[in-house]
Design a protein around this ligand. Structure first.
Ligand SMILES: CC(C)(COP(=O)(O)OP(=O)(O)OC[C@H]1O[C@@H](n2cnc3c(N)ncnc32)[C@H](O)[C@@H]1OP(=O)(O)O)[C@@H](O)C(=O)NCCC(=O)NCCS
Length: 160
């Protein structure tokens, strides 16, 4: 009998993956973001919501995950759109197509849901992630992304 090793299996993310997700993310970011992921997994895996978050296994081991959501009518958009919140591949499994397999499966699932837009944001200090997204076919969006510090004075306003 042939045993195939190293095959990437992509499946839906489950609530019991919580610890694996936190551990893997901690390896990638150097921080244990338990509260962040507890909230995100709750949002992502609500019984009623559309489940588009995914896990990847290699030889039965948790090798990567992504968290994504489908939005309806956000920012004045009429068409549904998906947002990719986070993607992570365990350092031991990088460069073997795990990240690509996750994005491929997400694209397939979104096509099935008739979602025609997938958005994400990349931190300035993670150029590797940016290059990965570039390889996956992402391109800069034709939109301005704006930030405001709520405690900052309006430009031109002086303290009285
Ligand atoms: C970016 C990341 C998801 C890529 O996963 P991966 O499984 O190693 O990627 P793959 O092997 O599927 O590579 C897919 C493609 O992207 C390219 N790529 C992946 N990582 C790359 C990098 N760091 N630099 C340049 N290219 C990269 C590969 O060369 C490949 O290109 P090809 O399809 O043209 O051959 C993974 O490195 C990771 O998890 N990094 C940390 C992310 C992180 O910190 N997340 C938390 C904040 S969101």
């Amino acid at each position: 009998m042939e045993t195939r090793t190293g095959e990437v299996i992509v499946r839906g993310l489950r609530p019991e993956d919580f610890e694996e997700v936190v551990n893997l993310d901690a390896k990638n970011t150097g921080r244990r973001r338990e509260e962040f992921f507890r909230l995100k997994l709750q949002q992502n895996l609500q019984e009623t919501g559309i489940k588009v978050s995914l896990a990847a296994e290699v030889d039965g081991l948790f090798a990567g995950f992504l968290l994504a959501r489908v939005y309806y009518g956000e920012f004045g958009a009429i068409e549904p759109a998906a947002v990719l919140d986070t993607i992570g591949v365990h350092p031991d499994y990088r460069g073997r197509g795990v990240g690509a397999a996750l994005i491929d499966q997400l694209q397939t699932n979104l096509r099935g849901l008739n979602v025609r837009s997938l958005r994400t944001e990349v931190a300035w200090e993670t150029p590797g992630l940016l290059t990965f997204f570039q390889h996956m076919g992402f391109r800069p969006a034709p939109r301005f992304c704006l930030d405001l510090d709520p405690s900052s004075p309006r430009p031109g306003e002086r303290d009285s």
